[in-house]
Design a protein around this ligand. Sequence first.
Ligand SMILES: Nc1ncnc2c1ncn2[C@@H]1O[C@H](COP(=O)(O)OP(=O)(O)OP(=O)(O)O)[C@@H](O)[C@H]1O
Ligand SMILES: [Mg+2]
Length: 581
Amino acid sequence: MKKAIIDSLKKYKWKILLQIIFIGINIYLLTYPAKIIGNIVDMLYNINENKQEILNNTYYLIGICIVLLIIRVIWKYFETYINRAVERDLKTNLFERFLKLKLKDIQNIKNGEIMSYFVKDIMEIRNIVYRILSHGVRIVFTFVIAVYQMIQGVNLSLTIAVMGPILIGCYLVIKIKKYVEISFKKSQERFTEMSEYIQESTDSIRTTKAYSCEGEQLKEFIRKNRKVRQSNNTVDVYSNLLTMCLNICFGICYSISLLYGSKLVIDGVITVGELVTFNGYVGLFVNPVNWIPGLISRFKRAQIAYKRLDKIYELETEKINSKSNINKEKLEGNITIQNLNFNYPGIIDKALENISIELNKGETLGIIGTIGSGKTTLMNLLTRLYSIPNGKILIDGKDINEIPIEVLRNNICYITQDNFLFSSSLKDNISLFKEDYKEDEIKESTKKAVVYEDIQKMPEGINTVIGERGGDLSGGQKQRVAISRAFLKESSILIFDDTFSALDNRTSEKLIENIQDLSDKKTCIIISNKVSDVKYSDKIIVLDNGNIVEKGTHEELINNNGIYSEFYNQQSTKAEPSILA
Ligand SMILES: Nc1ncnc2c1ncn2[C@@H]1O[C@H](COP(=O)(O)OP(=O)(O)OP(=O)(O)O)[C@@H](O)[C@H]1O
Ligand SMILES: [Mg+2]
């Protein structure tokens, strides 16, 4: 995280430097109006003699105000530019990081948390960068320049007298900030809790409606929202207390200036004009001091946000090499799995046990098995979504751990069980936003995936934008749109993980026929719970509880009279008679 922030700041170092220089000039010029007004006040004692001089000083004052305005516009431009640019860089960097995280780590992060990283935490970091570069720098310059002018231009003892209340104010800020920090942490935790709840509720809206539990959901939301409000109130109370303390100190500061300053005027140590100038200087640095509580509480918030984000940056990432020549490397598609055992991180029970499979280029493997038997897990390992020891899975005789991850994944087209669709056009969903494909190629893939006619009926055909997660498509349409990706992507290994479950037998038969047509060139793995989906495969394995319990061709397995033939018999009685062999 630190590196991401530093890299981003380095990119704008000249703009940052210019911003600081212009703030410095701005603060320096800000001391002039107080000085000029003080001079004018002193000249008023002899108004007739000093008429021209007073007029000149007034022009001078107007001139300074115009220059101040121009300088302010310039540094505000730099401030806004840096602010937005840093935010953009940090978000891009974090998103890139997420994409490279290992699946096991991503699964441990809740959706609400992810949103709050992007929406809240990045904002906090951006905010503190902005505040340090703007408020922080102004505080430092004001203290240095205004205090110097007070001592040099007016009086040292008066300066010391007014600095006392300000330092007391600073002390109080340090004392109270601890409570701001604690209450803010609590507020952020509750906000995340509420975000997670919103996310979960939107994800489960169909179930909520089906069971008519809107009332309960709303009640729970109100409870969580109330907790957020309560903790935000506490944060506000402490923040306001801080500001109030400073305002009181500021009031005391002005009183001392007037009382002690008047005495110095009476004693003839300073003139009335100098006292006016001095009060002008006091007014100058009281404003930046008022920013200190905000700066401190923002700093604390940013610290918490930084720690949260840093946890993401501490996670190991996949080593993805983006060199284009590596990406183009082709694999033949011969797969060897030997004595593979696997258990998910932190879980003792094995998800896969002693798995051995030999699959040659152009062959089709059917995998059938009970729910939770390890079918998806096996595919997750083949695509290296989880780590496995060396020598367990080989492709073209090469250990998959030695094949660069991007080469491996470019050569495998994995149609996952969840058929995730983006809320974008069907074309983007099939091409997965890659622009290398021609319209005709995409059209052809939809024909092979038996979804072409459905797409033609949609308002804008292939350019129809679908709802979030494909909400406005039927389950079967979603599956076939996802399957189209397999017919489009130039990959040597195709995996269909339970992607025919929502299709009727006639459609899945047609699809499997089209897949078989490809299989001379490609190695296919078809995972299904239906015998009719896998029966044409060259090899079939039956998985049960992480073990291969049967292996062979359709005919061999039927003759075995094992689980496969049991599945077959159960499904034959339910299925459409014309489709079963
Ligand atoms: N990320 C995970 N962390 C821990 N355990 C997991 C994880 N994913 C799956 N499992 C467990 O591993 C076992 C195999 O799951 P897997 O998803 O591979 O089954 P499957 O055969 O694909 O099931 P289905 O037919 O329902 O798709 C199950 O017991 C499951 O609970
Ligand atoms: Mg599965």
